[in-house]
Design a protein around this ligand. Structure first.
Ligand code: PAF
Length: 290
């Protein structure tokens, strides 16, 4: 497995017209867990025997607000590289912050529809930071396809929109949420949780599983579903809800009744200082939906 951190070296490698194709990219911020590695597996599948799997590891300062966890975000480069190599990754790009952003960098990419609610409302700097760095990583690595996790459902939707609207010739692939045995969605931030917080955080996936059951039993009123999810979460004393929202799964606009296309329930909840997100995407008329 090749590891590059220099931008010029990356550009030279990426621009080699004789390189194996398709090239499939998995952008990450490191601190890798099985959720990330499942995206690498999807990339490997998409790349096939002839293609190439590329991962990037970069904790992107532009997507963190000053009060957020950029400084303490876990960094474990050596362990991450070993995990990536073990899953058949061919190349890892690990740029340094100063090379990625000029001190007077003044251009960023802003998506103005899908990004406005949910995470965008709670973390206004997040999607401009994500879109800008992902666009830069696309330019630097020139992939044919890129894989993003559905745990960050809104991020995936925003990136699909960016790729469509800015004509990136890149196929975007979503990878299903990977959960711990008790249901907690895997996240690098789970490492911040104290024992009590970790035990109570399981309520997030439980509340979503119960919502799925209610939908399957015929409940279509979104406000009722959301109050049940909120009540369930509030039963855990360490949980502090940031948002619990029911939106259209494509437009991400709030809806009151389950739409023809289904429903996304998305939530963000603090346990202590740790903010966790999770979601349930329920699609009508799709085999195995939910
Ligand atoms: O999902 C993430 O880890 C990040 O938001 C991403 C897409 C790597 C951009 O920094």
């Amino acid at each position: 497995m090749k590891v590059l951190s220099d931008l010029d070296e990356c550009r030279a490698w990426a621009g080699d017209r004789t390189a194996p194709r398709p090239r499939v990219l998995v952008p990450t911020m490191g601190a890798l867990h099985e959720g990330h590695l499942s995206l690498v597996d999807l990339a490997r599948e998409r790349a096939g025997d002839d293609g190439e799997v590329v991962a990037t590891i970069f904790v992107n300062p532009a997507q963190f607000a000053p009060h957020e966890d950029f400084d303490r975000y876990p960094r474990r480069l050596e362990a991450d590289l070993a995990l990536l190599e073990g899953r058949g990754c061919d190349l890892v790009f690990t740029p340094e912050r100063p090379a990625m952003y000029a001190p007077d960098a003044s251009v960023s990419i802003v998506e103005t529809a899908i990004a406005s609610g949910l995470e965008g409302a709670s973390r206004p700097q997040f999607f401009p930071g994500v879109c800008t760095v992902v666009a830069k990583l696309f330019h630097l690595t020139q992939p044919d396809a890129a894989v993003f996790g559905e745990k960050d459902y809104q991020q995936l939707a925003v990136i699909r929109r960016m790729v469509r609207d800015l004509d990136f010739p890149i196929e975007i692939i979503g990878g299903p949420i990977v959960r711990e045995p008790d249901g907690l969605a895997m996240s690098s931030r789970n490492a911040y949780l104290g024992d009590d917080e970790r035990a109570q955080a399981v309520v997030l996936s439980q509340s979503l599983a119960e919502a799925r059951e209610s939908i399957q039993q015929g409940l279509v009123e979104v406000p009722t579903l959301l109050s049940r999810v909120e009540e369930r979460i509030a039963s855990q004393p360490l949980a502090r809800i940031d948002y619990v929202a029911g939106v259209h799964p494509d437009t991400l606009e709030p809806i009151d009744a389950i739409a023809e296309d289904g429903l996304l329930i998305a939530l963000a909840v603090f346990f202590g200082k740790t903010r966790l997100i999770d979601n349930l995407c329920w699609r009508r008329n799709v085999a195995g939906a939910g």
